[in-house]
Design a protein around this ligand. Structure first.
Ligand code: NCD
Ligand code: ZN
Length: 347
């Protein structure tokens, strides 16, 4: 029997689109299935001011395929020089929906990020006042802290003190990867949300390292132990309003992934929805997929849910997707979960 599932058209609350040739290559993959996405600002140079965000939004809109109905929701990259008035104006005009905090050095193109929280307090106070969410890459960068512990240490030493200092600040814990992240998100009120990626519901650290190193499974925050993956599955499939999809689809051309020092990022825009249907079905939670992909995110961001829908069908035979997306900067490998997937997006 064929199974079908109709969802309110999903949104992606954490997406990397890049710029130039890669933007042109990968944007159709997201626009095909998603109505809106929170666009990460870690370009080179980063999207720091309202003017930068307006120009980047225009480049994204210009790269959209004919007839695509997709709205980029822009973010600003928080630096120690960010001007609170510029942030407030960018929100007031409707351009910017969040500000992104990268601890300096935490991940791809984050060297301009924040070293000292004290220096950004005026911006954060303004954001609390106007209700603009802070999207947080929650990892410390202290060399002494083991990479697998960086999220948990960030929660204790940076995030929790910050939220106590500024209780009105609305925060999204992005791409949580640990049971500590799940527990902390659950202990927060309606001003705390957490995104979960597709690949962190599928991978644990063995997938990256056992049987040879898999560069296309390397992302940041790095996938953790199996018990953490299971905690993320439980959270994502719970239907709870605080958890929503942020794919963190992060394209890098193969030449930059498959080398001695490979870039971090999994490219999941193409097949995220079939993979999520697979995961939610496995966990007996297909009836809660729509909350995760289409309802909880808009509720947190105080936006209406989408009017359009999207239909998924489960076929009798495994479904295929392209192994790579070809861009003028080079091929980008699509995330391969390593198991057959029978779900397909039909419309
Ligand atoms: C992201 C990228 O490549 O921009 N990489 C990743 O592994 N997720 C940066 C990020 O979100 O950490
Ligand atoms: Zn990201």
């Amino acid at each position: 029997m064929t199974q079908e599932l109709t969802l309110i058209r999903p949104d992606d609350w954490h997406l990397h689109l890049r710029d130039g040739a890669v933007l042109h290559g990968v944007l159709p993959e997201t626009a095909r299935h998603f109505a809106r996405a929170i666009i990460m600002p870690n370009l080179v140079p980063p999207v720091v001011t309202g003017a930068d965000a307006a120009a980047y939004r225009d480049r994204i809109l210009a790269a959209l395929p004919e007839g695509a109905a997709f709205t980029p929701l822009m973010t600003l990259y928080l630096t120690e020089a960010t001007d609170p008035a510029d942030v407030a104006a960018a929100q007031a005009s409707g351009l910017v929906k969040a500000v992104k905090l990268y601890p300096a050095g935490a991940t791809t193109n984050s060297h301009g990020g924040v070293h000292d929280t004290d220096k950004v307090m005026p911006v954060l106070e303004k954001m609390a006042e106007i209700g603009l969410p802070l999207c947080v890459h929650g990892e410390v960068t202290t060399p002494e802290v083991d990479i697998f512990d960086r999220e948990a240490v960030f929660i204790d030493t940076v995030l929790d003190p910050l939220r106590r200092r500024l209780p009105g600040l609305r925060v999204v814990m992005e791409h949580i990867t640990t049971e500590q992240g799940v527990a902390y998100a659950r202990a927060g009120g309606p001003d705390l949300g957490a995104t979960i990626t597709t690949h962190h519901l599928i991978l644990n650290r063995n997938h990256i390292l056992v049987g040879g190193i898999k560069p296309h499974y390397y992302c940041l925050p790095v996938a953790k132990r199996e018990r953490h993956r299971l905690a993320l599955r439980e959270a994502a499939t719970s239907g709870e309003a605080r958890f929503f999809l942020g794919t963190d689809s992060a394209p890098h051309v193969d030449a930059l992934k498959e080398q001695a020092c490979g870039c971090a990022g999994c490219f999941t825009a193409t097949n995220t929805l079939p993979l999520l249907a697979h995961v939610f079905e496995q966990d007996g939670a297909l009836d809660r997929l729509e909350a995760f992909t289409s309802r909880n995110g808009p509720a947190f961001y105080r936006l209406p849910v989408n009017e359009a829908h999207l239909r998924l069908v489960k076929h009798q035979t495994p479904q295929a997707w392209p192994e790579k997306i070809f861009t003028e900067a080079g091929p980008v490998t699509v995330f391969n979960p390593g198991f057959p997937v029978f779900w397909h997006v039909e419309s």
